[in-house]
Write a protein that binds this ligand. Structure first.
Ligand code: AMP
Length: 432
């Protein structure tokens, strides 16, 4: 089978790496890919994965490429092409593609849509209101004493959520999004949620329109610095499973079913045919699990820890997700723990420099049970150099969380580039 993967980050490197192990894939491209992706070889015939210089949002070029090269399956990694309708476009042209269509992608592309859906179908979430009028928004924030999360409705590169702890802060956040339009049109509406305390975990479920197969738990680390300090980032590291809750169906108080059942019922009532990954962000509160938001694709860096544990052929699962035949399949997971530590460019998530040569990749990649996923990398003058904020996702398996952390950090220590920084406490929350 000829497969095209869309995207260029660590998540896409993990998707390419795992798909390359399938005995059924004979040719693979990645658009636009990165330096690590173009080093992957297919298990079936040793062919190298080819990177193609087309951006993930360039739908006409992607479609033309898929037609011209007789691509038999396209796998969409990132969120941004989904609300642009890439799945609808490919399907209209008779091409097989994996990911939610435009209507289903609203779970991620509109926080107002998601919040209203959760309220309509009784999915446990935070107390919330949706607004386009700043005065009404401020009155609601004041009723929460300013302890709230103010969220731009649309996609804002993961930066559209402002956590507030006073009325002043909330008013500033509301003005920033609704009045100054800091996030452009993504901020024409907002959701304000009460601030929830608890342990945050990431859930993933593979969906085929009727059935959802739950993954083990994982935990992401959104803030830039140790101790959850600093700015919000795309994610500085992840691990799976979370030892305090290895299986999400063990959720206290209502369990995962209290989220999934009404979600499936709502999808069916609203005519939403969801094929792909449903990835809710969940706060485990004293009152039970509460959904903070929905994403409609794999998390990054959760993908890196999930796919290093997944024992099934990912191609089989993706095909079953497209065809609506997931129900009899069993997801099989390596019982080891996986830890991914992100190496980032100095200055990220603010401004940073690119083009810094990366040393030690080969040596680190040879360590047992270790895989270095590339995110922001490129080749310049025959050398692998930095090309983004998040540069590498150093991922290792261990018999338990402590050993997996040791292995991941042993590999991190072997890699250097100018300005590199990383968190030293990835997974530490799971050890206590
Ligand atoms: P979101 O993109 O909506 O998941 O928000 C980004 C991050 O903000 C989450 O990962 C949480 O850490 C935090 N957050 C969002 N909503 C809330 C809330 N209602 N209470 C507490 N923290 C929140």
């Amino acid at each position: 089978m000829k497969v095209l993967v869309i995207g260029s980050g660590g998540r896409e490197h993990a998707l390419v790496w795992k798909l390359a192990q399938s005995p059924r894939i004979s040719q693979m491209w990645c658009a636009p890919g990165n330096a690590g992706i173009s080093q992957e070889l297919l298990a079936k015939n040793g062919a190298q994965v080819e990177t193609v210089g087309i951006g993930a949002e360039d739908l006409p070029q992607l479609l033309a490429f898929a037609k011209e090269n007789k691509v038999e399956l396209t796998v969409v990694g990132p969120d941004n092409p989904l609300p642009l309708g890439i799945v609808d476009l490919f399907q209209k042209n008779g091409l097989r593609i994996w990911g939610p269509n435009q209507k289903a992608a609203q779970f991620e592309s509109s926080k107002v849509f998601s919040q209203q859906f959760m309220e309509k179908y009784g999915i446990p979430t935070a107390r919330a209101g949706t607004f386009n009028d700043p005065a009404a928004a401020k009155a609601f924030a004041a009723s929460l004493s300013g302890h709230c999360a103010v969220k731009a409705d649309g996609l804002a590169l993961g930066k559209g959520v402002l956590i507030c702890s006073s009325v002043d802060e909330a008013n500033r956040a509301i003005d920033e999004i609704l009045v100054s339009r800091h996030f452009g049109a993504a901020g024409s509406k907002i959701v304000i949620q009460e601030f929830l305390e608890g342990i945050e975990i990431s859930m993933h479920a593979l969906c085929d329109g009727k059935t959802a197969k739950l993954f083990p738990t994982s935990q992401d680390h959104k803030r830039a610095l140790d101790g959850d300090l600093g700015l919000n980032t795309g994610g500085m590291g992840a691990y799976s499973p979370a030892p305090f809750l290895p299986y999400a169906n063990e959720f206290p108080m209502g369990g995962w079913e209290s989220i999934l059942k009404p979600w499936l019922r709502g999808c069916s009532a609203e005519g939403i045919d969801f094929h792909g990954i449903l990835y809710p962000g969940i706060m485990l509160t004293h009152g039970g699990p509460r959904v903070l938001e929905f994403n409609a694709r794999f998390g990054d860096p959760e993908t890196q820890v999930y796919l290093t544990r997944l024992e099934n052929d990912l191609l089989d699962l993706i095909e079953a997700s497209i065809d609506g035949t997931l129900s009899p399949l069993e997801l099989k997971w390596n019982p080891m723990t996986s830890v991914c530590v992100v190496l980032a460019s100095g200055g990220y998530p603010g401004n940073y420099q690119k083009g810094k040569p990366i040393r030690g990749l080969e040596e680190a990649g040879k360590l047992p049970n270790t895989k270095i996923f590339h995110a922001g990398t490129a080749v310049a003058n025959g050398q692998i150099v930095t090309n983004g904020g998040r540069v590498l996702g150093v991922t290792a398996l261990g018999a338990d969380l402590r050993l997996a952390r040791e292995a991941a950090y042993a590999a991190v220590e072997r890699i250097q580039f100018e300005g590199a920084y990383f968190r030293r406490d990835i997974g530490a929350k799971g050890l206590v």
